[in-house]
Ligand binder design. Structure first.
Ligand code: 6CS
Length: 346
């Protein structure tokens, strides 16, 4: 499947540079055409982000850089897309760490519940400034030809379900859909659930048929993907923040002319605020839509701090599991990140 996609992409997305290599030689009149794949579809945050990114690069470069943005679905599953970035079939990708968990062990740090600050704004600040993430974790990804240029939140995650979830016991034997990351599975097993990794492309049907009984996502995604239509409850748990990464193929990026690298870096930094505003607006709008959707009523359960503490208590030992069984650097990135979060929350 992946090689068929590679052939199609190879044929339609050639570099326009005369040298024929990934980055061109940066000469006068040089033009560049890059491919940017996302895990979401038109209207959703990642896709709109990539379109905005492409428009800014086009404008800044006076049309020298054109970026073709690909919606989720056309190029295979989320994990196929990870491979396409690694082998250079696409130059850029918005990627969720949850789909690299079988490869970049340390990236699973984002799977830990109640680690990132409750405030989405403070979480974004951490993602912008953390050395643990922007230096140490970046190096871990680069060993796999993936360079995360930035980390940004798509909002707080909530649970949707076919039966009420308001205490850990409600998860006992519960068939939970997750992304494909061992630590995400571990996090739900800690609540007693029975997690199954699956692409979101199969999720609506699986929820509808009862193959799985629930899932986690930010509210905009729950609404836009219509999961609430085939679920009875939405629990406002804020148990984690959804983190996306703007990634580039490492060799391709390192070989870009300096001015192109700078333009990419500058645009990536500018987009941090844009992404924050976009997710915020979409999450607020979709909460209202779900609340007012009388045709598909969803019972919304807002957990109290006490109820959240019961989940937090079960989730905390998973950090030790991460340190002891998952991390290849003895939990050093998690330790540093915890310190950075504590400092910021002071
Ligand atoms: O649940 C998922 O797998 C999807 N959720 C979001 C918010 N973005 C893309 C991802 O694949």
């Amino acid at each position: 499947m992946v090689s068929a996609f590679s052939l199609i992409l190879g044929a339609c997305g050639q570099q326009d540079d005369s040298s024929g290599d990934g980055g061109g030689d940066g000469g006068e009149g040089q033009s560049y055409n890059w491919k940017f794949v996302t895990e979401e579809v038109e209207g959703q945050v990642q896709y709109e982000y990539a379109e905005e990114f492409a428009a800014r690069m086009d404008e800044k470069s006076d049309g020298q850089v054109t970026i073709d943005v690909y919606e989720f679905g056309g190029l295979g599953s989320e994990t196929d897309q990870v491979e396409q970035l690694q082998n250079g079939t696409v130059e850029m990708a918005v990627m969720s760490p949850g789909f690299t968990g079988n490869m970049v062990n340390e990236g699973q740090v984002f799977a830990l519940h109640f680690l990132l600050p409750d405030s989405v704004e403070t979480t974004q600040q951490i993602l912008n400034e953390s050395e643990a993430l922007n230096t140490d974790l970046r190096e871990q990804y680069e060993e796999h030809s993936i360079t995360p240029l930035s980390y940004w939140t798509e909002g707080a995650m909530q649970w949707t379900s076919s039966s009420e979830i308001s205490e850990p016991a409600d998860f006992e034997g519960f068939k939970m859909r997750t992304q494909d990351s061992p630590l995400i599975l571990e996090s739900y097993e800690a609540y007693g659930a029975d997690p199954t990794p699956m692409s979101w492309s199969e999720l609506y049907t699986s929820l509808d048929r009862g193959t799985v009984e629930g899932q986690e996502n930010p509210i905009f995604f729950i609404g836009d993907a219509s999961f609430h239509e085939v679920q009875d409850y939405m629990t406002i748990s804020n148990h984690n923040n959804y983190v996306a990464m703007t990634t580039v193929n490492t060799d391709w990026y390192n070989e870009l002319p300096e001015d192109m690298q700078e333009m990419l870096d500058e645009t990536t930094q500018e987009m941090q605020e844009w992404a924050f505003e976009e997710q915020d607006a979409q999450n607020k709008e979709w909460l209202e839509t779900i609340e007012n959707d009388d045709e598909n009523p969803t019972e919304i359960i807002e957990l109290t701090e006490e109820q959240r503490d019961a989940f937090r208590e079960k989730a905390e030992p998973v950090r030790d599991y991460y340190r002891e069984e998952v991390s290849t650097v003895d939990g050093a990135i998690l330790d540093k990140l915890e310190e950075e979060i504590a400092e910021m929350e002071e």
